[in-house]
Each structure stands twice: as C-alpha cells, then as structure tokens.
Design a protein around this ligand. Structure first.
Ligand SMILES: Cc1ncc(COP(=O)(O)O)c(C=O)c1O
Length: 393
C-alpha cells in the first residue's frame, strides 16, 4: 500500500504531477504546501552537519518538500533542486568526477554545458571526448581507462536529434560509467530516463518544469546514494534554491503534464503544416517520418516534444523576415513556457559556438527554432501561415 497521495508506478503523469511528493495532511491542513522562508531551524544535539536544517544545506521544510515532488516526477529515489540548470549540470559533474577523470559527452550539447566542458574542464584536471550519440560503434574507442561519466541530452538543441538512449545507458552500465542525461527538452511526460537505465537525470527547471518563463532553477534526480553525493557537493558549492522560487516551481510542476501534452500537440501540428509549405526547405521535428531519428524516437518517447526548428528556402533574410512577421510568438531565446518563442540560434543560443562547430553540426544562419506554447493550435498555425505569406512578398 502506498501512502495517501504518494504516486504509484502506473499512475498517469497528470496525477503524478499534482499529487507526487505532496504532504497529506499539509501543515495546518493546508492543501498547498506553504513557503517556509526561515533560513535556520532548532537543532537536536548530535545532528550531522548535512542534516541540520539550514537553507544553504538544502534541508529546510520547503526544500525537502520540493525534492520529494521532483523525485516523484521522474520516479526517482531522491532529488535535489539547484539555483539554475547550469548549477545542476556543473554540481552533478563535479560530484562524481575527480582530477584526472574523463567524460564521454554528446557532440550536440546545450551551449552552456558545451562551454563548461571546453572552457573549464581542463583547468579542473578533467578531460572529455565528444561522441555521436547515434553511432554506438564509435563509443568504445572514445573511452579511456579514466572515463567516469557519459553525458547526453534526450532531445538535442536546435536540430532535435534523439540519440540511441537505451544503448547509451546499457553501454555506460557495462563499462562502469555513470550515465547522466539532461531531460530538459523532453520532460518526464515524454521520456523517463531512470526507467530506461540512466543513473542521473537532470533539468533546467527554468524551462518546462517551471513552465511560465518566470523562474530560474535546476533539478537532479537519481538513486538516494548518488543524489546524496550531489547534495553534499551542492552544500559546499552553494548553489541552493531559494524557497520562494521553489514554491513557484512546485506550482508549475502541478500543470506540467497538461502543458507538455498541449505543447506536443502544437509542435506536431505546426511541424506538419510547415513540412508541407512550399517556402519551407526543412523541418526538424522527431515526430515527422522524415526526421533521421524518427523510428527509434517513436520507440523511446511517449511524445515528441514542443520544440522544432526549420529552414526557409529564402535563407537568412527570409528567416529574419519570418521573425519580423509572426504575431503570436515572442522573438526570444529560452523555451518551455506557455507562450510560443521563436529565435535564430546562431544569433542567440549558439552565438558563442565557433563557426566550424556550427557548420559541422548543421546549425546554419538561416535556422529558426520554435518553442511551442499552449496557444490554440489553429491560431498558431494560422499565424505562421500569415507570416510566411508576408515573408514571400
Ligand atoms: C537543455 C538545457 N540544459 C540546461 C540549460 C541551462 O539551464 P539554466 O539556464 O536554467 O541554467 C539550458 C538552458 O537553456 C538548456 O536548454
């Protein structure tokens, strides 16, 4: 028997998002868990340093409530919240790596993660190799005796590639590596990494988990042992999450499944419309049969996500004209909010990447990325239709 309100493995993500991690009854009978803003709490004699209730030690009531909610969401034994997605990534890596260790990493990582490896790993005595996550035959050769971690993303930015995720988890397990996956783009609604065999799953909660483009946070989920290690490192490095932000994040999580299913639907409809449009040269969306990873993505994912990218026949000028002509989407980077966002990655998220790296990965100046919001599907498609008509003129 599970405790009242505690999710079971078979419960829908809708139910899990609402009830997972909730305290029943809540303090004073409250249905909504309150914000405990206090930084410090009375200590019993003999309490371990990491168990004292102090805000930077990620142990106050609001923080523990949020950790339980995050763990329930990914079906994890434990979770810890961080001050940003980048804090989740760097703290996780630095909690399992020691000087001299080596990281196998996807060659298509979020720019900040890529920059952390290329700009800082060397100074910390770490080395790394980038591998193609769709070519399992190349992974063993890239491994060294000091490889400790295999780091990947579920759906990559901005081409929406989906790696051989089960093979990655199996390869890591067989080689004694810790597999770490950034599940920000997919969310647990579309992919559950821990069920697929990954050791640690992390998020920029700034995106879909928060869901309203109004907070910055990160999260790491996994076994109690690994999360214990990450939390201790976080306690020392100091990237803890403030309870006010944690409250907003827990509130956002309750509607995660509803939002993500609406975003999946909007992206699928928009991708289909764009793929058939004469002015569109290419659409990158794993839900389209034309996508290079469609077949294995369909087996792995329960939804193809709310993100897509495209190129127009008119090149860079046409791309900019489309950004100027759309009425509903905001022209802005980031993703995962309720409002549709549109951006050109070479001008924003991938501006820091070298021209050669961008060229190698197919991130061209005319590429447009769309983060679908929860607007009405027909309104969104109609807006792109009118914008493309103007772009042609
Ligand atoms: C896939 C992915 N991971 C991590 C991050 C970093 O998250 P944050 O901005 O919350 O530090 C981002 C930010 O865009 C992202 O897209």
């Amino acid at each position: 028997m599970h405790a009242q309100g505690e999710p079971t493995e078979t419960e829908s993500m809708e139910t899990r998002a609402v009830h997972g991690g909730e305290r029943r009854p809540g303090p004073e009978g409250s249905v909504v868990y309150p914000i405990y803003q206090g930084t410090v709490y009375s200590v019993e004699p003999g309490t371990d340093y990491h168990d004292m209730q102090y805000i930077r030690l990620n142990s106050t009531p609001s923080q523990r409530y949020l950790h339980d909610k995050l763990a329930a969401l990914e079906g994890a034994e434990a979770a810890v919240a961080t001050a940003s997605g980048m804090a989740a990534i760097t703290t996780t890596l630095l909690s399992v790596l020691r000087a001299g260790d080596h990281v196998l990493a996807s060659d298509c990582l979020y720019g900040g993660t890529h920059d952390f490896l290329t700009h800082h790993a060397g100074d910390l005595g770490l080395s790394y190799s980038f591998v193609d996550v769709n070519r399992p035959e190349t992974w063993a050769a890239a491994r060294t005796p000091r490889t400790r971690v295999f780091l990947v993303e579920t759906i990559t930015n901005p081409l929406m590639r989906v790696g051989r995720l089960r093979e990655i988890a199996d390869f890591a397990r067989g080689a004694g590596l810790i597999s770490v996956i950034d599940n920000t783009f997919a969310t647990p609604v579309n992919f559950r990494p821990l069920l697929a065999g990954f050791d640690l799953c992390l998020h920029s909660a700034t995106k879909y988990l928060g869901g309203h483009s109004d907070l910055v946070a990160g999260a790491v989920m996994g076994s109690a042992e690994l999360i214990g290690q990450v939390r201790k490192t976080l306690n020392h490095f100091g990237g803890s999450l403030d309870p006010h932000t944690g409250f907003l994040l827990a509130r956002g999580i309750k509607t995660l499944a509803l939002r993500v299913r609406a975003q999946n639907g909007n992206a699928a409809a928009l991708a289909g419309f764009l793929a058939d449009h004469p002015q569109v040269a290419a659409v990158n969306y794993p839900g389209l049969a034309s996508h290079p990873d469609h077949e294995h993505a369909a087996e792995l994912l329960s939804g193809f996500g709310g993100m897509l990218s495209l190129r127009l026949r008119g090149g860079e000028a046409a791309a900019q004209a489309l950004l100027d002509a759309v009425r509903l989407p905001y022209v802005a980077p980031s993703l995962g909010g309720v409002e549709t966002l549109i951006t050109r990655p070479t001008a924003t998220s991938h501006a820091g990447m070298s021209a050669e790296d961008r060229e190698r990965l197919g991130i061209t100046a005319d590429l447009i990325r769309v983060s679908c919001g929860i607007e009405g599907t027909e309104d969104l498609v109609a807006d792109f239709d009118q914008a493309l008509a103007k772009t042609q003129a």
